[in-house]
Design a protein. Structure first.
Length: 700
């Protein structure tokens, strides 16, 4: 079957034509995603876990549909959930982050039939929205239709990652029939690689948030420029045959070829050859997605970045000069030099496997390069980093920022199964260095400078997050105490008569309250919807200090440094765990708390009443629920019909505290305390607010 590999052009045609184009793209993506799981001999195998660092397959079957609903709710495009339970358990746990919960004991997965019915219901909701959402052209990331495109492109990513998981699953669980098209072009002869000249150029990337031609992720929007000098690049991707030379020379038993991280991976895995190679007697075979074939020496090798780096050191020794992985900007220079966007490539599911490294030519005036685009992703040595004017999209603020950690490397060019945004030159995807993702590499001989680390210091560059860092970890302003520290200190007299084993800081933001609570509790879990926020708490736990910048005036900023040690919190940090979650739709595992502490949260929830109704099930007898809020109800955060106060009903003024009393019947109100706070916006502009702390004790 021929699939449309391209992203939707956001500028052309009429509104109705664009609806039809988006609808076709959505239906194609939804169909391919489900068709992948039809490769299983029986749907009971959806509960297998091909990789211990990932969820069972059923998670990925449900996750892409849940993503649509969760993002549409966050964007206030829809107001009601399809299935709150599913939209909790299928929400988080895709990349190997410290806040992912991969403990299978914490989940009761639904049946395949239930999940399929859920997917079908979500499908109809999205189709109705595509038909009826109001939007204008060009579609940009402020448009409601952008959220639909976000869901489509997110599912394109998961088509690829799910195919890798199926490839890691025991072959006995998979059908061997061709639901997709395989091409058999294998050979035990492979072309000899060589280095060819790439003419240097000024690499320029321009993508406008207000007027994009195609959908893009937050890390792509920028004006980026780099001057690249002439260099040489390998004519072909490294083939299985070329890599076999490294294996036969005992490369995996020579740790000097591996980086420090690579040695740790090597020691842990005991690898002797690429993970998708299977050795039987003296012969090698290749595991494709749902079949095993004799190792095609003319196909590109599939490896992680540690293996690619080790091969480059080995190859350098053989050649007598240094070769290495290309940088991101060197890849762009090669792309421009070969005019790659106009060439045919093994991309977009024209086949369900790799092709020979010498099949798809990207001819220049003087030389032929091959597979500049497609076949397999190409590892670069560049860690993903933010361009200078990087900002996150408010509906998906954790797409990129959790990967700014020097442990994720950029991959370029797409693979045979890449679709949509993945096929574009400016796409910037990064994966953990030990992960596998239909990824191979080419090598370069180059004197160009390149980035090796994201930062020498742990640096928070996002201005809004820096503002929260200063609010949480900064000193008092104009006599107003630090809000997070002061709130916990004011609460301490009420903690004397309760157990202090386990506390939940719900809506923990960047984490100061979680650390302060750890002075009084044996265990504290900090949960926030924003991965960007909890990542600050994680960094402070992991590193000696964190640098952030605060605005002084106009474009003038001041750098500040914070550390747990300087705040007297270093001794309690091991008691604190940060997790990502939705306060209005928490997983069932978060129960048995002696305290649930919610600071400036309830007037930012889309469904605060549901949140209140949920609290009695999560707090122990005689435990405390603590709510701090200035009761600033805004339709930007909470639909007006869901406000708890601040409105007139039946000629009567309704206040939030009265609504809390009506709905927290399982609790006694112990006390209320006014807690002021000051947010410093610039050196001469401060925002003064008073939160009301209400302290509620769970009835016996």
């Amino acid at each position: 079957m021929n699939y449309n590999k391209s992203s939707v052009n956001l500028t052309t045609g009429t509104i109705e034509e664009k609806r039809e184009e988006i609808k076709k793209q959505f239906l194609q993506t939804y169909e391919i995603d489900e068709k992948l799981f039809d490769l299983l001999k029986d749907k009971k195998y959806l509960y297998e876990q091909p990789n211990s660092l990932r969820h069972p397959l059923i998670f990925y079957y449900g996750h892409t549909a849940t993503f649509f609903i969760n993002k549409l709710i966050l964007a206030n495009i829809i107001n009601h959930r399809v299935n709150a339970e599913f939209e909790s358990i299928f929400a988080i746990g895709v990349d190997e982050m410290s806040w992912d919960d991969l403990n299978s004991k914490h989940y009761t997965w639904p049946t395949y039939e239930q999940t399929k019915a859920y997917r079908d219901e979500v499908k109809q909701i999205v189709l109705d929205l595509i038909d009826n959402l109001e939007f204008t052209l060009p579609i940009n990331w402020e448009s409601a239709m952008w959220v639909i495109l976000m869901g489509i492109e997110h599912e394109n990513i998961h088509i690829e990652t799910s195919s890798v998981l199926l490839r890691q699953l025991d072959i006995k669980f998979l059908k061997d029939e061709e639901l997709f098209t395989y091409k058999n072009e294998a050979s035990n002869i492979y072309p000899k690689n060589e280095l060819l000249k790439v003419k240097g150029s000024n690499v320029v990337l321009k993508k406008d948030r207000q007027n994009p031609i195609y959908y893009g992720w937050d890390n792509e929007f920028s004006f980026h420029k780099a001057d690249i000098k002439d260099f040489e690049a390998s004519k072909y991707l490294v083939s299985n045959g070329e890599f076999l030379e490294f294996v036969n020379d005992n490369g995996y038993n020579k740790p000097e070829f591996f980086s420090v991280e690579g040695k740790s991976w090597l020691e842990f895995t005991k690898a002797k050859h690429p993970t998708f190679w299977i050795k039987k007697d003296d012969n090698y075979f290749l595991r494709e997605i749902n079949r095993i074939v004799p190792l095609p020496l003319n196909y590109p090798v599939d490896i992680n970045i540690y293996e690619a780096e080790a091969f480059c050191k080995y190859k350098s020794l053989k050649l007598g000069f240094e070769v290495r992985l290309p940088s991101e900007d060197e890849y762009y220079a090669l792309y421009n030099y070969t005019n790659a966007q106009e060439k045919e490539a093994n991309i977009g599911l024209i086949q369900f496997n790799q092709s020979p490294v010498d099949k798809y030519s990207f001819k220049t005036n003087s030389d032929d390069f091959y597979d500049v685009v497609g076949n397999v992703w190409q590892w670069s040595l560049t860690p993903i980093y933010p361009f200078d004017d990087f900002i996150t999209h408010p509906i998906y603020d954790d797409f990129t920022t959790p990967t700014f950690d020097d442990r994720h490397a950029l991959m370029k060019g797409g693979s045979f199964i890449s679709l949509g945004n993945e096929t574009l030159k400016e796409a910037r995807y990064a994966f953990r260095k030990h992960f596998f993702q239909h990824a191979g590499f080419r090598y370069v001989k180059s004197s160009n400078e390149y980035r090796t680390k994201l930062n020498d210091n742990i640096y928070e560059t996002d201005e809004s997050i820096s503002l929260y860092c200063d609010f949480h970890y900064g000193s008092e302003n104009h006599g107003v105490k630090n809000f997070c520290k002061n709130s916990v200190e004011l609460l301490e007299p009420y903690l004397k008569d309760i157990q202090r084993k386990k506390a939940l800081d719900l809506g923990c933001s960047v984490g100061r309250s979680s650390y302060e609570l750890a002075k009084d509790f044996d265990e504290v879990i900090g949960i926030d919807f924003s991965a960007n926020f909890i990542n600050v708490g994680v960094k402070l736990k992991s590193y000696d200090s964190l640098i952030y910048k605060v605005k002084k005036e106009g474009e003038i900023f001041e750098e500040k440094t914070v550390s747990l040690k300087s705040l007297g919190l270093d001794d309690v940090k091991e008691k604190v765990t940060f997790m990502q979650g939705d306060a209005s739709n928490l997983k069932d595992i978060y129960t048995g708390f002696d305290l649930i502490f919610c600071s400036n949260l309830i007037d930012r929830l889309y469904y605060p009443l549901k949140f209140l109704q949920d609290m009695p099930h999560r707090i122990n007898k005689d435990g405390l629920l603590v709510l701090l809020s200035p009761y600033t109800w805004l339709e930007d955060h909470t639909p007006k019909e869901n406000w708890l106060g601040g409105f007139i009903k039946d000629n009567k003024e309704v206040y939030t505290l009265d609504t809390l009393k009506e709905n927290l019947k399982d609790f006694d109100l112990i006390d209320t305390i006014d807690v002021p706070f000051m947010i410093k916006e610039t050196s001469r502009k401060y925002q003064y607010t008073i939160s009301q702390m209400s302290i509620w004790k769970k009835k016996a």
